[in-house]
Design a protein around this ligand. Structure first.
Ligand SMILES: *[C@@H]1O[C@H](CO)[C@@H](O)[C@H](O)[C@H]1NC(C)=O
Ligand SMILES: *[C@@H]1O[C@H](CO)[C@@H](O)[C@H](O)[C@H]1NC(C)=O
Ligand SMILES: *[C@@H]1O[C@H](CO)[C@@H](O)[C@H](O)[C@H]1NC(C)=O
Ligand SMILES: [Cu+2]
Length: 799
């Protein structure tokens, strides 16, 4: 038997000299450009690094990573629904807008209220309308999801990362509201309630808000149920999942004041805005705070919380517009010269297509929306004199001369209801208003189990390229190296010298030992106002994998010991299974306070870790350094073969680690973006309605314009997002087989002169040229120049 083990050992040692199958790699250039832009705007001392990191990464994902995994064609039904809804909005803006101002608006102005200010009846009506849309299968899979699907693809590029963000979402929200109203006569006056997340931000423990319970938006940790979601909420991206509070932050009062005190649009969006007053940047925090489907642009609208969050952002934008108008600014024409922060500027140009109907970006600034169609009820307030917020879901917190409304917890709401019934029982002879509490609630008060941060499991949705299945994922071990953080002052266990206890340092204080102190000095990186600290002695480091050549996010946390000067821990993180083609993923680590840990990677054939980008590449070649499931991954790093009773730790297989050192120097790779062509102010690039927008992406037949007649008769491949390539799909997929080296393959999009498709790690990505550039098929590059739409009908036909 011994010979067998020695042979095995020899095999194992040989094997470790073969090329590693989880190996560090570089992040794509386009992502380094984003970090370059962010570095010019802020620093890790100024902005929580997690927010910077997520911002750059997400914009990269939307912009360059419109992954085509064959299955994303919008169905005819979806296109019809979106066209119908957007035409309706366009008409209502026109009818009451500039064209015929004398025409009577189509009904009373809609009033949108904070969700907690709705009466029980209004809440119930809204919930039922949403569920009706979810159950309405006249469009596949249902009208709710069909509309949610439009928050993706090229839409994400033209609707995010720049100033069209506001107008596009304003129209999108109206379409949603109209869709709900269509679900039956009883819903004819439904409006979207907004979610003022300051009400959470002001809580001591925002995750205990009643908003994320079965009373309102459904539960907030794990698979979400209850409230608006009913008994459950399945989506095309798996069951709806949330992990509230694991990143953040909710919108703070300060962030909103920073936006609404501005007067010019260039101060709140685009290249020239400061990060502190960039509303889209602040809005990102809530997507991460809710997590689950909400954290990814492609899936966020599947969570009903999305609509209420965005309605609040629309409200904040409206507050900004009112402030602008008070300061004499014409909010219908005030539009920045540099309307994007990162890339795709041409899609945010004032005369570019808005993305819906025949509207342009500047149409999204029309005053008509809020002068004629809808308006906002102010957010709940209270005062020292009148400490009542007007809702059982809110309480008034009075501090000296200040009073503000804060969300209640479920326990507080239940208590309030019990008190109400007692009051009404005692005073049952008085003709009081009917009790709001139903008796069943009083007999069995459902107070949620209170988890501490570390008791809470993290629930993944396992959604990969639109399909949720754990078997598509494999696990890699990730090591976390963690220092005692700046705010953890003392473990409270003191050394005793000569019989006397010393209180200046506890036994593990890094500062007490010169030999460690010289290496362990902390910086003061910016962090969120509130973070789920949990138990003081232990903390969580969240580790996330983001697909670079697939759509998918996986997250888990490692638990670290805060008492020790420096310590390590291991987590297992899933990435796409590389069995069929290699996997490229970016691994990032943050704490719940928004500070980040720096990636370090093991150099091949050594045990030395060096700073790296955090991107890894996996292939299925032997030896695998990943586990096909969690159990396998455990066995990869714990060696039970040498001695069954004493497992050995096999560091060889831990390729990536994170160094949580609380420093503030910039570590993300940055590269200067290629020269951005600046377009003279006011220069018209696109004419109204001529730019292929997401609604009109269609092109089932190749209808060549005069510019590209070489494709006549060729059955092209529709890559979606408005890009039609002249080669058949079968040919394309053959050419782009997973070689890992296919980046020289590029294809012209027949129906758009500013888009092209680029092969990258075996997949085709639809790409955009920057503003003022067009794609030149001969040089395979974006070159300065305008698209010539005057002789062609390259704008796609409407469905
Ligand atoms: C997308 O649409 C094109 C054109 O209608 C069609 O040829 C292609 O098969 C569709 N793709 C999928 C995955 O349905
Ligand atoms: C389903 O949704 C469509 C589109 O919003 C609407 O026109 C239709 O009336 C709805 N059907 C029902 C049964 O409510
Ligand atoms: C608001 O602006 C101030 C001043 O620019 C800045 O110090 C602060 O960090 C900003 N707050 C947020 C949440 O961005
Ligand atoms: Cu959003």
């Amino acid at each position: 038997m011994a010979w067998f083990f020695s042979l095995l050992l020899i095999m194992i040692s040989l094997v470790s000299y073969v090329r590693a199958t989880v190996e560090p790699t570089d992040v794509p250039d386009e992502l380094t450009w984003n970090f370059h832009v962010a570095q010019k705007k802020t620093s890790m001392s100024n902005t929580p690094a997690s927010a910077i990191q997520a911002w750059c990464t997400n914009v990269y994902k939307w912009q360059y990573d419109s992954i085509v995994h064959g299955g994303r064609n919008a169905s005819t039904g979806t296109r019809q629904l979106v066209n119908y809804l957007s035409d309706q909005v366009h008409l209502s803006v026109h009818r009451s807008g500039h064209v015929k101002r004398q025409a009577a608006p189509s009904g009373p102005k809609r009033r949108r209220k904070e969700i907690r200010m709705l009466s029980e009846k209004e809440l119930d009506l809204y919930f039922r309308a949403v569920r009706a849309a979810k159950a309405n299968t006249t469009t596949t899979p249902n009208v709710y999801e069909a509309l949610a699907e439009f928050h993706t693809g090229i839409t994400s590029i033209s609707a995010h990362g720049g100033c069209n963000f506001f107008g596009w979402h304003r129209v999108y929200l109206l379409m949603y509201e109209n869709m709900l109203r269509d679900q039956g006569p009883e819903f004819a006056e439904v409006t979207i309630p907004y979610w003022d997340s300051r009400l959470e931000a002001r809580m001591d423990q925002p995750t205990s808000t009643v908003l994320f319970t079965d009373r309102l938006l459904g539960t907030g940790s794990g698979e979400a149920t209850g409230g608006i979601l009913g008994s459950g909420w399945s989506t095309s991206a798996g069951p709806l999942v949330r992990n509230i509070g694991t990143d953040g932050p909710p919108m703070t009062d300060e962030a909103i004041v920073n936006v609404t005190r501005m007067t010019r649009m260039r101060e709140i969006c685009g290249a020239d805005s400061a990060i502190e007053s960039d509303l889209e940047f602040h809005h990102n925090g809530i997507h991460r705070w809710v997590d689950g489907q909400m954290a990814m642009l492609q899936t966020s609208a599947l969570d009903p919380a999305f609509w209420s969050h965005h309605t609040f952002i629309d409200f904040v934008w409206e507050a900004f517009r009112m402030n602008s108008q008070r300061n004499g600014v014409n909010t219908e024409t005030d539009y920045p010269e540099n309307p994007t922060t990162m890339g795709a500027a041409e899609l945010h140009a004032p005369d570019a297509a808005l993305g819906f109907a025949e509207m342009t970006v500047i149409d999204g600034l029309s005053n008509t929306f809020t002068t004629e169609i809808y308006e906002y009820d102010p957010p709940p307030t209270c005062s020292v004199q009148n400490p009542d917020c007007g809702s059982k879901y809110l309480k008034c917190v009075v501090f000296r001369d200040n009073a503000h409304c804060v969300s209640s917890t479920l326990a507080e709401v239940v208590q309030w209801e019990i008190d109400q019934t007692r009051l009404t029982t005692v005073a049952s002879t008085l003709p009081t208003r009917p009790s709001t509490a139903s008796p069943s609630i009083c007999s069995t008060p459902t107070v949620p189990a209170l988890y501490s941060e570390h008791d809470k499991p993290y629930q993944n949705h396992y959604c990969l390229n639109g399909k949720s299945d754990i078997r598509q994922w494999v696990y890699i071990p990730v090591k976390v190296i963690y220092r005692r953080p700046p705010e953890y002052q003392s473990y409270g266990s003191y050394p005793i010298y000569n019989g006397k206890s010393s209180r200046t340092n506890d036994i593990y204080s890094p500062g007490a030992y010169t030999q460690v102190h010289q290496y362990l000095k902390n910086g003061q990186p910016a962090k969120y106002d509130k973070c789920a600290e949990g138990d003081k002695r232990i903390s969580s480091v969240y580790i996330k994998s983001i697909g670079l050549n697939y759509d998918g996010i996986y997250k888990e946390y490692a638990i670290v010991d805060r008492r020790i000067a420096i310590t390590e821990s291991t987590a297992y993180i899933a990435v796409k299974n590389p069995a069929m083609e290699s996997t490229l993923a970016l691994i990032q680590a943050t704490d719940s306070c928004g500070r980040v840990c720096r990636p370090v990677c093991k150099k091949p054939k050594s045990n030395i870790y060096r700073p790296c980008s955090g991107a890894v590449r996996l292939t299925s070649a032997f030896p695998r350094r990943y586990g096909t499931d969690f159990g396998n991954a455990v066995m990869d790093i714990w060696d039970f073969i040498s001695d069954k009773t004493c497992p050995q730790f096999n560091t060889e297989n831990v390729v990536i680690a994170f160094n949580c050192d609380f420093q503030t120097d910039w570590f993300w790779p940055t590269k200067q973006p290629p020269v951005q062509q600046s377009v003279p102010p006011g220069h018209v690039i696109y004419k109204r309605g001529k730019v292929p927008g997401p609604v009109t992406r269609q092109a089932p037949h190749v209808e060549a314009g005069p510019i590209h007649n070489k494709v006549t008769g060729v059955p092209g491949c529709d890559l979606g997002y408005g890009c039609l390539v002249s080669k058949p799909c079968a040919v394309l997929s053959q050419e782009g087989k997973d070689t890992g080296l296919c980046s020289t393959l590029q294809y012209e999009c027949m129906n758009s002169c500013h888009m092209y498709a680029k092969c990258w790690y075996g997949k085709l990505y639809v790409q955009q040229c920057n503003r003022g550039m067009r794609y030149d098929p001969s040089s395979l590059k974006c070159v300065p120049g305008m698209c010539d739409y005057s002789h062609s009908s390259k704008g796609l036909p409407r469905a």
